[in-house]
Design a protein around this ligand. Structure first.
Ligand code: ATP
Length: 336
């Protein structure tokens, strides 16, 4: 049976990595009707908006999307499209598996953790103002409802994937109310999972130090919005960088799959982007759709390309000299 999936190429390297992912999924023989939708700066040209209503409506209707990164202007301009999209579609949980890959040599060879990020509140609530010239404030929002919802998601995820431990990073010694609430909600939810999943909490500065010293001690990390954003990139650095870490955003009846990395304008349209993070996000999407065989075949194919380690087939960020297309073609040749 054909699936229908929304396809959002996005900005910068987005069209390159999303295009590569579509090619790989099609080469694996999965029957998908793609609904291409505009988003990001490229959407302004056609629709006059970075997040057109018809894009939101289509994703809500079909319940599934593969999305490229979008550019967020720094210190000016429109509010983040990602933040708006996640809020509008109530995509409250970001899931980012961070694992060593074969052939990608890093300082550690025992990284296997999943970062679960609360996606809808915290400092990303977008409530900011200038009180008087020279004094600005940003509000950090935490609600019992959202903290409890993400904690339950994390423990359910742990149980369903047979993972052992959920660790929260927090700064409740300083943000006693907001991070304090996050901790209390998580501890309360944990009581329902006691004996099945262990729970641990670390002040975030110490947690980051522990992570770069010995990432193997972490299993599932449960983080509020900003901490999740920052720690995801740091964790990506432990396994080979932003080119190799996939992601997914889940809500009720809706899921958007996208790599952790941004639109990387510095390398856009040069054929230098590593499409693997997006392809791995596509593999997560296939599993979500129940296409496990195709997902396994694609995973085996990229594992084979990485294991061979031929620089002519790897992009520069992971030590090769291949273009986005050359990597993609090498992967497709390995599909069995
Ligand atoms: P955002 O604010 O949108 O999250 P960011 O600040 O995380 O973006 P990125 O756009 O992800 O920044 O890029 C950070 C660095 O990583 C850049 O030097 C970029 O070229 C590199 N990079 C990101 N993604 C890839 C990729 N897929 N392949 C190769 N290099 C990448």
């Amino acid at each position: 049976m054909a699936h229908t999936v929304c396809l959002l190429p996005g900005d910068g390297i987005g069209p390159e990595v999303v295009g590569a992912t579509k090619r790989v999924i099609e080469a694996a023989g999965v029957d998908i009707e793609w609904v291409s939708l505009p988003i990001g700066e490229t959407a302004i040209e056609f629709c006059g908006s970075v997040l057109p209503e018809r894009t939101i409506a289509a994703i809500a209707g079909h319940g599934i999307a593969l999305k490229g990164p979008v550019t967020t202007p720094i210190g000016r301009g429109h509010t983040s499209v990602n933040v708006q999209l996640r809020k509008r579609l109530k995509l409250f949980a970001a899931v980012r598996p961070v694992r060593n890959l074969p052939g990608i040599k890093t300082r550690f060879d025992n990284v296997d953790m999943v970062i679960i990020r609360e996606n809808t509140e915290g400092l990303y609530s977008g409530i900011e103002n200038e009180i008087i010239p020279g004094v600005a404030q940003s509000l950090k929002i935490a609600t019992e409802e959202a903290c409890t919802r993400i904690a339950r998601f994390a423990f359910d995820y742990a149980v369903s994937r047979e993972r052992q431990k959920v660790t929260v990073f927090h700064k409740a010694n300083i943000m006693k109310m907001s991070d304090g609430l996050f901790l209390r909600c998580t501890q309360k939810v944990h009581r329902d999972y006691d004996g099945r999943v262990t729970y641990d909490q670390l002040i975030i500065d110490n947690g980051c130090m522990q992570m770069v010293r010995d990432p193997s001690r972490f299993d599932i990390l449960l983080l509020e919005n900003l901490y999740g954003d920052i720690v995801s990139d740091m964790a990506a650095g432990l396994v080979g960088g932003l080119g190799v870490v996939p992601g997914a955003n889940f809500g009720v009846g809706c899921a958007v799959f996208e790599p952790v990395h941004g639109s990387a304008p510095d390398i856009a349209r040069k054929g230098l982007a590593n499409p693997l993070a997006c392809i791995m996000s596509g593999v997560m999407m296939l599993r979500h759709m129940g296409e496990n065989q195709a997902a396994d075949r694609i995973r085996d194919a990229y594992d084979a390309v990485l294991t061979e380690g031929d620089p002519a087939h790897l992009t520069a960020d992971i030590g090769g000299r291949a273009t986005t297309d050359q990597f993609t073609e090498a992967l497709i040749r390995k599909l069995t």
